[in-house]
Design a protein around this ligand. Structure first.
Ligand SMILES: [Zn+2]
Length: 316
C-alpha cells in the first residue's frame, strides 16, 4: 500500500551532496550521515523484498510510515495490517555483533551499549495503539518485531530472554509471521475497517521534512550557483546558449541540465521559485529565458504579474 521509495530525507541528502563543492567544510559530515540513512533504507528495502511473497494475500504492507501523536511524531519502518492483527517491524542493517542481555534488558553492539531495537518496536506499537484509538478504530492485537537485515551481523540473545520471540533475521521473517498467524486466527477487522485504516494511514502519514541546511548549520550561500556538468568527475560550470547547456570544460551538451538544479532547490530551499530566484540559481540574466526554461519543466505556476510569478513542483 505504501511502496519502498527513496524517503524524502534521503532525496534531500542527495540534493545537498549535488549542491556543495567537493571541498566544502560540511561535506564529510553530510556524507557520513547520508551513508548511515542509506544503509538503513537498504535494509528496509531487503525486508520488503522478503515480504513480497505474502503481498498478494490479505496483508497490507506499508514502508516508512510517520504519524502525528500529540505534539510529536512516531515512525514505523514497516507496518503490516490484516484482519487478525497488526505487526510493527523495526529494521536494523548494521554489520555488527548484537548482544541482548537479560540483565536490565541491556543491548550491546560490538561491546558498546545501544538502544534496544526490540523496545523501540514495542514503543512504536504502543503509540500506534493509542493513535488508532484516537481515530476510533476497532481494537486489534498489535505485535512487534525487530528484524535484522544484515547477513553479516551476529545476534546473541540470552537464554530465556523475555523478548526472544520478538527478534529475527530477515530470511526468517515469513516463518515468524506464520507463527503469529497460528496464534491469531480470529478475524477482528473486516474489509471495510481495513480500507478505513488504510485511508487514515496514508492521509496522516507525514514524511520527515527536516531542513537539511539548518541541520548542518549552513545557509543557501553554501550552495553552488549555476548549472554544473554531470559527466563523471567533471562538475564544471555549464553555459546556456540558444537552447542548449554546454560544459565549459568537457564541452558535453544538454537541453535539460537545469532540471535537477531546480528540483534540488525545491528540496533544499523552498517549494516554489520565482523568476528572479531562478535567475540567480541558474546564473542566467534573461527573464525571458528563465520563463521558457521553467515553463519547459511543466511545473504548475501561480501569480500573474511578471514580478510575482512563481513556479511550484508537482511532486512533494
Ligand atoms: Zn563537463
Amino acid at each position: 500500500m505504501k511502496d519502498c521509495k527513496l524517503p524524502l530525507r534521503l532525496q534531500k541528502f542527495e540534493a545537498l551532496l549535488r549542491s556543495v563543492e567537493d571541498n566544502h567544510w560540511q561535506r564529510y559530515e553530510i556524507l557520513k550521515e547520508y551513508n548511515k540513512w542509506m544503509q538503513g533504507f537498504r535494509g528496509e528495502e531487503s525486508v520488503m523484498f522478503h515480504l513480497d511473497p505474502i503481498s498478494n494475500e490479505d496483508y497490507r504492507i506499508y514502508h516508512d510510515i510517520r504519524l502525528p501523536l500529540g505534539k510529536y511524531y512516531f515512525q514505523i519502518d514497516i507496518l503490516l495490517t490484516c484482519p487478525r492483527f497488526i505487526l510493527v517491524i523495526e529494521v536494523k542493517n548494521r554489520m555488527k555483533h548484537w548482544h541482548f542481555a537479560k540483565l536490565l534488558n541491556q543491548v550491546t553492539v560490538d561491546g558498546k551499549r545501544t538502544k534496544n531495537p526490540i523496545l523501540q518496536a514495542k514503543v512504536q506499537s504502543t503509540k500506534l495503539k493509542r493513535w488508532l484509538a484516537e481515530h476510533h478504530m476497532t481494537d486489534i492485537p498489535i505485535l512487534y518485531l525487530f528484524v535484522n537485515s544484515n547477513e553479516k551481523s551476529k545476534i546473541h540473545i540470552d537464554y530465556d530472554h523475555k523478548y526472544s520471540r520478538s527478534v529475527c533475521n530477515s530470511e526468517q521473517l515469513l516463518e515468524k509471521i506464520e507463527q503469529i498467524e497460528n496464534q491469531h486466527k480470529i478475524e477482528i477487522l473486516d474489509e471495510k475497517d481495513l480500507r478505513k485504516m488504510n485511508r487514515l494511514l496514508l492521509a496522516k502519514n507525514t514524511p520527515d521534512n527536516t531542513n537539511l541546511l539548518q541541520h548542518f548549520k549552513m545557509t543557501s550561500e553554501d550552495l553552488m550557483i549555476g548549472v554544473r556538468c554531470n559527466s563523471t568527475k567533471c562538475n564544471s560550470q555549464m553555459r546556456y546558449h540558444a537552447g542548449t547547456w554546454t560544459c565549459t570544460v568537457c564541452k558535453v551538451k544538454s537541453k535539460t541540465a537545469h532540471h535537477q538544479k531546480v528540483l534540488d532547490y525545491f528540496l533544499l530551499i523552498k517549494h516554489s521559485i520565482t523568476n528572479t530566484e531562478a535567475r540567480t540559481l541558474l546564473h542566467i540574466k534573461s527573464r525571458k529565458i528563465i520563463y521558457q526554461l521553467l515553463a519547459g519543466m511543466n511545473l504548475p505556476c501561480t501569480g500573474s504579474s511578471r514580478a510575482e510569478s512563481t513556479t511550484k513542483p508537482t511532486t512533494q
